[in-house]
Design a protein around this ligand. Structure first.
Ligand SMILES: Cc1ncc(COP(=O)(O)O)c(C=O)c1O
Length: 394
């Protein structure tokens, strides 16, 4: 299915459906009439198989406590193996009601108050919050930005670990908002440094299936033949892949039995035992029958990305575009045209857009905006036209 056919079949108006992205514009941005391009979900119905499976489950009418069936594991493992060359095992799996909540648990389970936890910035803001809200010391290592492309300064990464006695590193792979799909060598270097200094790694791979370019996404668990799997917790979910975020069903994968036992001991203290039956039902159907749908969704994201690059290059060539290898979240540096303090007013009041602002992701990033491209081209077009028009009027 090409992008046009996909949009014709799956695009929906979400206003009035209790959508955070659309119905909370007044609450979050103080203005209900913006084009919403912030929070990371899509304006597309999920695949038919998911809707059918959920409808059938709903018709059964009992929503009691649930148990993860073997068919679920099989569906997820087959997907992982086919798409990422990684086959986890049932024993290694735990569940959570979202990836972010799991990050909060890991901070509590594997560090003590006052311990240092590191992130590579700019990065998804709940990474910062999970550390700060739990009274740990946040260590931010800035990625190197070269004309919009982000890389890791390994020397600084290692020095920051040593200087701060870092205990835990929360990795984002692919990286939101830097758009990077990390190469095996990059992962090898980072994971190697962490191992050398006894830093446990949590790898948030929620965007693993959203690969727009030709780079291959490599799960950290299989880097260099699984060399780091014993020092790793992987978190992933069907939520970004199939637009299921509201169903709160995410995966935690821990291969090392000692780390798993430590996690289980912590999980007992918060009584983390239940799973969401609708989330499981949806994910199982998606992993078994959602491949074509995902291809269609990716084709829309790729076309949107190409459109933005081409149109901005012509109309506002000084906006620095970060190459989008993975995730559907585009990162734009507006500072060549705008004083960082004026970007919010420009974006919201002049361009009429609701976006994620750079400073949410890192203190150095005021003047950047993040645009969600997993949406109908008409919104992307309107957003980019408004940006260009208002830049020309400056
Ligand atoms: C890197 C990353 N992790 C986690 C999440 C959210 O995960 P969840 O909704 O499962 O808490 C997002 C959402 O944008 C994200 O970008």
């Amino acid at each position: 299915m090409n992008a046009e056919q996909f949009c014709a079949k799956y695009a929906v108006d979400r206003m009035g459906t209790s959508s955070l992205k659309w119905d909370a514009l007044q609450v979050r941005f103080g203005d209900p009439d913006l084009i919403s391009m912030w929070v990371a979900d899509m304006e597309f119905r999920t695949c038919d198989a998911v809707i059918e499976a959920m409808t059938e489950r709903a018709r059964h009418g009992v929503f009691g406590y649930s148990f993860v069936p073997d068919e679920y594991y099989e569906a997820f493992f087959n997907w992982e193996e086919k798409h990422h060359g990684y086959r986890p095992q049932k024993d290694w799996m735990r569940f959570s009601t979202g990836v972010v909540v799991a990050l909060y648990w890991f901070v509590n389970a594997f560090t003590k108050p006052g311990d240092s936890v590191m992130i590579l910035t700019p990065v998804y803001y709940p990474f910062h919050n999970a550390v700060k809200d739990n009274g740990r010391k946040l260590v931010t290592c800035e990625l190197t930005n070269t004309d919009g492309r982000y890389t890791i300064d390994y020397e600084k990464f290692e020095k920051d670990i040593v200087d701060n006695d870092v205990k835990l590193f929360i990795q984002c792979s692919p990286h939101n908002p830097a758009g990077r799909v990390w190469t095996e060598d990059e992962l090898d270097t980072v994971l190697g440094i962490c191992k050398r200094h006894n830093v446990l790694v949590v790898s948030d791979e929620i965007h693993q299936d959203i690969i727009l370019g030709d780079k291959k996404q490599i799960p950290s668990a299989i880097v260099k033949g699984g060399k780091y799997a014993d020092n790793l917790i992987t978190v992933t979910a069907p939520s970004k892949t199939f637009n299921l975020a509201g169903l709160l069903n995410s995966h935690i994968i821990i291969e090392n039995p000692e780390i798993r036992a430590q996690y289980d001991n912590y999980a007992k203290t918060v009584n983390q035992t239940e799973v969401n039956i609708m989330g499981l039902t949806a994910a199982q159907a998606a992993y078994t029958q959602g491949e074509d749908w995902l291809e269609g969704a990716l084709s829309v994201m790729r076309e949107n990305y190409e459109y933005v690059c081409k149109t901005l290059k012509e109309g506002a060539p000084k906006i620095v575009i970060t190459p989008l290898e993975g995730t559907y979240l585009m990162w734009l540096d507006m500072r060549a045209y705008l004083d960082p303090d004026s970007v919010k007013d420009f974006t919201q009041n002049k361009c009429r857009l609701a976006v994620d602002y750079g400073e949410w992701f890192g203190s150095q990033c005021k003047g950047f905006i993040r645009l969600n491209l997993a949406t109908e081209p008409k919104y992307v077009k309107a957003a980019i036209e408004n940006i260009i028009k208002n830049i020309k009027a400056l």
